[in-house]
Design a protein around this ligand. Structure first.
Ligand code: GLA
Length: 375
């Protein structure tokens, strides 16, 4: 869990932004909720020096990356960085092709804790991608520093089949997420693209459906200019679905300006607990009833999570009943409100694209969902 700079900042990234974001993470409860990585995405670079070592843009990172890592480590936080498997990154900066060992060593010397490697300006074949990522994965491992390795080739060459074998802990499953519900790169499409890949993920090797767009509200690269981004219900749905997918959680809005609603969504304890559940087994869709999808995830200790999603552009009303096998109603809470489900049943009105997320302490009890006519 952490934060990634790309969507909100692009080239407007600087050490001041990172330190102010770190400060917000500590003060706002994000760090206490589990967000620890601050990741510089593309556009931190300032070319290579005379011996070929990467350097940060001195105008925006005056003290250098090693200093920045030191500052974050003192605060109990971790620093991530970005590079690319081609000679140029997606934004046209210096990439790591042919420099894998030197760059891995440089990152380790700087005290980097996480490396995202992109795939722009690189050959399309799967074998080439595998080879390039293996080179970086092995080079990072050879440094002896524990560094999370994140493969970012957008799910184009089935990385779930090979990325763990080259040392990656996570791999993107899709094109870049958009600050939108529908369409390519929208929350629903990315979730549904990732959902069938559950069996490839588990502790230490995760499907990555990309950053959280929660709180962007249209102010980012992730979306067409002039749009207002997602509704609160849609942002809530992204967190609910990412939790069901056991996805890495990287916020990407400008946390320094995040309002109380955004912070409350990002730190919802029972939702994050589902995402980070120790069993590490992603869930998936188990039922479709008209506009409503039901997702199920098995949790540690015999517990389970159930998400009910309204895919349609209209509100739906439904009655959710958790049958009790032995006497009293089962131990079910709404993971957003953390309120118990009184009597094991409730009538819900789900806004368009809204998700209700439950956690049940016992397994083997499936809720019965009855659609009610809209009045
Ligand atoms: C690609 C990646 C994004 C981001 C940008 C930066 O599009 O998929 O996540 O890193 O490059 O240029």
């Amino acid at each position: 869990m952490g934060w990634m700079s790309w969507n909100a900042f692009g080239y407007d990234l600087s050490e001041e932004v990172v330190l102010a974001t770190a400060d917000t993470m500590l003060r706002s409860g994000l760090y206490a909720a589990g967000y620890t990585y601050l990741c510089l995405d593309d556009c931190w670079q300032g070319g290579r020096d005379a011996v070929g070592r990467l350097r940060a843009d001195p105008a925006r990172f005056a003290h250098g990356i090693a200093w920045l890592a030191g500052q974050l480590h003192t605060m109990g936080l971790k620093l991530g960085i970005y590079t690319c498997a081609g000679p140029r990154t997606c934004a046209g900066e210096a990439g790591s092709e042919g420099f894998e060992e030197l760059d891995a060593t440089t990152f380790a010397e700087w005290g980097i804790d996480y490396v995202k490697e992109d795939y722009c300006d690189a050959p399309p074949e799967r074998s080439a991608a595998l080879e390039r990522y293996r080179r970086m994965g092995m080079a990072l491992r050879a440094t002896g520093r524990p560094i999370v390795f994140a493969v970012c080739e957008w799910g184009k060459r089935a990385p779930w089949e090979w990325a763990a074998s080259v040392g990656a802990s996570q791999w993107r499953t899709s094109d870049d997420i958009q600050d939108a519900w529908g369409g390519t790169g929208g929350i629903l499409e990315v979730a549904e693209r990732t959902e069938p890949l559950a069996r490839w993920a588990g502790p230490g090797h995760w499907n990555d459906p990309d950053m959280l767009v929660v709180g962007l509200r249209g102010r980012s690269r992730a979306g067409a200019a002039g749009t207002i981004g997602c509704s609160e219900a849609e942002y809530r749905s992204q967190l609910s679905l990412w939790a069901m997918l056991a996805a890495p959680l990287f916020a990407s809005c400008d946390l320094r300006q995040a309002d109380a609603t955004t912070l409350a969504l990002l730190t919802a304890p029972a939702v994050l607990a589902i995402d980070q559940d120790r069993l590490g087994r992603p869930g998936g869709r188990v039922r479709r009833a008209g506009p409503v999808d039901v997702w199920h995830r098995e949790l540690d200790g015999g517990a389970q999570a159930v998400a009910i999603l309204n895919r349609s552009d209209d509100p739906v009303s439904l009655r959710v009943t958790w049958p009790s096998r032995h006497g009293p109603a089962p131990d079910v809470i709404n993971a957003w409100s953390e309120r118990p489900l009184e009597g094991g049943s409730e009538l819900l009105r789900l806004e368009p694209h809204a998700t209700v997320l439950y956690r049940s302490a016992s397994s083997g009890v499936n809720p019965i969902i009855g659609l009610e006519p809209e009045r």
